[in-house]
Design a protein around this ligand. Structure first.
Ligand SMILES: Nc1ncnc2c1ncn2[C@@H]1O[C@H](COP(=O)(O)OP(=O)(O)OP(=O)(O)O)[C@@H](O)[C@H]1O
Ligand SMILES: [Mg+2]
Length: 231
């Protein structure tokens, strides 16, 4: 675990979320309680369709829960209006989507620089950081490819670079190595470990890979709408 002063402390207090679609009411998260301290590395596993992405989207303030609170360093995140929520997402959270969500017409480098531009940062430093992080995910020879011209695994690696380029306090990664082969997926986990050590960022990774999950500080499973601690 890295410097616990840097990563944010996060608590879920009674989080519930239901969907209704096609006449069916689905209670995906049922009164979830869960806490993580700054700098922890947590693996989330669970069956397909159980609610892992739903949980991660709420923790990243991309979706509001139906009930419950998300407390980040003492602040009630969802008590804020949408403008402040956007600020929380941009400054505190790095998010790797399950289906990466890159801008296909923009280059790998532009996609990675974007979160820093949104923060109002610009200049040579932003480009240098983006190039350096793309180098670390093995894409130094793809900087000027459009995202749509990259392979699925390459796009996933750009998405990871984009999520970490702003050194977020909390990295939320939804199956970041789902499209990657064994070697590339180990490299990504090594990178996340290095960043966790360097910056103390809290890391929450959804994964089906039990071996990689085993290297994290904590393993939890989502079962019956609740988070169950494994270690
Ligand atoms: N916007 C939505 N509207 C209606 N139902 C939804 C919506 N989003 C998710 N669901 C349902 O909620 C359940 C949980 O979905 P979620 O994407 O969180 O699962 P998951 O654990 O991430 O699955 P996977 O491992 O396949 O990615 C699923 O049964 C899904 O059909
Ligand atoms: Mg999912």
């Amino acid at each position: 675990m890295g410097d616990a002063m840097r990563g944010a402390k996060l608590s879920l207090e009674g989080i519930s979320k239901s969907y209704s679609a096609g006449g069916v009411e689905l209670d995906v998260l049922k009164d979830v309680y869960f806490s993580m301290v700054g700098g922890e590395r947590i693996a989330v596993t669970g069956a397909s369709g159980i609610g892992k992405s739903t949980l991660l989207h709420i923790v990243g303030a991309l979706d509001r829960p139906d009930a419950g609170r998300l407390i980040c360093d003492g602040v009630d995140v969802f008590a804020a209006d949408d403008k402040h929520l956007a600020g929380f997402r941009n400054r505190t959270i790095g998010f790797v989507f399950q289906f990466h969500h890159l801008l296909p017409e923009f280059t790998a480098l532009e996609n990675v620089m974007l979160p820093r531009f949104i923060r109002g940062e610009k200049g040579e430093g932003v480009r240098k950081d983006a190039e350096a992080i793309l180098d670390r995910v093995g894409l130094s020879r793809r900087l000027h490819h459009r995202a749509g011209e990259l392979s699925g695994g390459e796009q996933q690696r750009v998405a990871i670079a984009r999520a970490v380029v702003g050194r977020p306090a909390i990295l939320l990664a939804d199956e970041p190595t789902g499209n990657l082969d064994g070697k590339n997926s180990s490299q990504i986990h090594e990178l996340l470990d290095e960043l966790n050590c360097e910056t103390g960022m809290t890391v929450v990774v959804v994964t089906h890979n039990m071996e990689l999950a085993g290297y994290m500080d904590r393993q939890v499973t989502l079962e019956g709408g609740q988070v169950v601690e494994r270690t």
